[in-house]
Design a binder for this molecule. Structure first.
Ligand code: NAD
Ligand code: UD1
Length: 337
């Protein structure tokens, strides 16, 4: 079976390519390298000892995308490609609506024309909004999204559900990721953010390795055990394996189905700092700062549906997540550069 991954050169995509190749799938990557380095796929080949095909194109380029489908027999698509920085999306909303929604619509049009109607989509826990209490489950109503990035995820979910209603041949799996962190155990691939990281784990890693002076902890007055924000961190390799299960599920189901991919266990910012210091042996100096706008106190999943229906559950704990994040960061000071 041949799987096309859009955005397959990025953080989650590259780890998923490894797991797909290990599971025996043929893999094609479409990526415009807006937020990734072609070096990542060279390393995917090194890890797996297998080859994959890559196309340096933008998914909004309909003609180019159509050619990819015509040149290959593609059985299913995993759609990672998109822009993902929450803060940037507030400043550049049109970039996000164009790239994320425009990109998804173009991809779906080409897939429909070419008769490939199996899709796995990268959604986010952000679609639950701020009113649903954790643990979050797939039955809960969608919440209000507070930024354009989140709005694009909610809108694409809606588009995919409508598409499945309009044409029962479609099979779509919506994966709502919680907080992916860590890296492949080889230390060859990992998260390589542009500039100063927005997310906690890459920030902690860069402080530990001495690239940044200290971590700002955004608020210690939340209603959580130690007052800092609690999140459901999940090892990126576990997340990648969830996609392999989702592709198999999509192969013999119809309609749209939603799954949380999380561990079901929350950790606070200060617990993450302590776990990272233990795993790395490095110090992570921090200072308590005001809350970050739009942040919630506590967000974690109920992962039971993915366990019961997909037969998937997270295997790695916080020690492995921190160990592998450190292994990647300390061996690749400047990421892929
Ligand atoms: P990433 O930025 O590392 O990967 C996205 C990839 O898509 C990049 O390689 C980028 O170059 C490519 N891309 C972007 N626009 C493109 C376009 N128009 N045409 C072709 N390629 C394009 O991000 P990631 O962390 O691997 O996330 C993958 C997906 O998962 C994204 O859709 C993201 O919104 C979603 N997601 C990520 C997280 C997270 O914490 N990382 C959480 C929830 C959901
Ligand atoms: C953020 C996004 C979310 C996106 C997710 C994954 C916001 C409001 N939410 O989620 O939409 O899906 O990233 O890309 O941006 N923290 C610090 N100091 C830091 C960074 C983070 O204390 O320098 C804290 C945060 O307040 C939070 C926790 O660490 O409590 C995790 O933050 P982060 O990694 O940014 O993820 P989310 O906020 O869950």
């Amino acid at each position: 079976m041949t799987i096309l991954t859009t955005g397959g050169c990025g953080y989650i995509g590259s780890h998923t390519c490894v797991e797909l190749l290990n599971a025996g799938y043929d893999v094609i990557v479409v990526d415009n390298h807006d937020n990734s380095s072609p070096e990542a796929l060279r390393r995917v080949r090194k890890i797996t000892g297998k080859d994959l095909k890559e196309y340096d194109i933008d998914i909004r380029d309909k003609e180019a995308l159509r050619k990819v489908f015509q040149e290959n027999k593609i059985d299913a698509v995993i759609h990672f490609a998109g822009s993902k920085a929450v803060g940037e999306s507030v400043k550049l909303p049109l970039k996000y609506y164009d790239n994320n929604i425009g990109g998804a619509v173009t991809l779906l049009e080409v897939m429909a024309e070419e008769g490939c109607k199996r899709l796995v989509f990268s959604s986010s826990a952000t679609v639950y909004g701020d009113l649903n209490p954790s643990p979050l489950n797939e039955e809960m109503p969608l919440g209000d999204t507070t930024n354009p990035y989140g709005a694009t995820k909610a809108m694409i979910e809606r588009i995919l559900k409508d598409l499945c209603i309009s044409d029962p041949d479609w099979s779509v799996v919506l994966l709502r990721y919680f907080n992916p962190i860590g890296a492949h155990a080889s230390g060859l691939i990992g998260e390589d953010p542009n500039g100063i990281p927005n997310n906690l784990m890459p920030y902690i890693s860069q402080v530990a390795v001495g690239k940044l002076p200290q971590l700002s902890v955004f608020g210690n007055d939340y209603d959580t055990p130690d007052g800092t924000g609690v999140r459901d961190y999940i090892h990126v390799v576990d997340l990648a394996r969830g996609h392999v299960k989702a592709v198999a599920y999509a192969a013999d189901h119809q309609g749209a189905e939603i799954f949380n991919l999380g561990t079901g266990r929350g950790y606070s910012v200060l617990e993450m700092v302590a776990a990272f210091e233990k795993a790395s042996g490095a110090k992570v100096p921090y200072a308590i700062k005001p809350r970050r706008e739009g942040d919630l106190a506590s967000v974690f999943s109920n992962p039971a549906k993915a366990r019961d229906v997909l037969g998937w559950q997270a295997e790695f704990g916080i020690e492995e997540m921190c160990r592998d994040a450190w292994n990647w960061q300390s061996h690749n000071l400047n990421g892929y550069k």
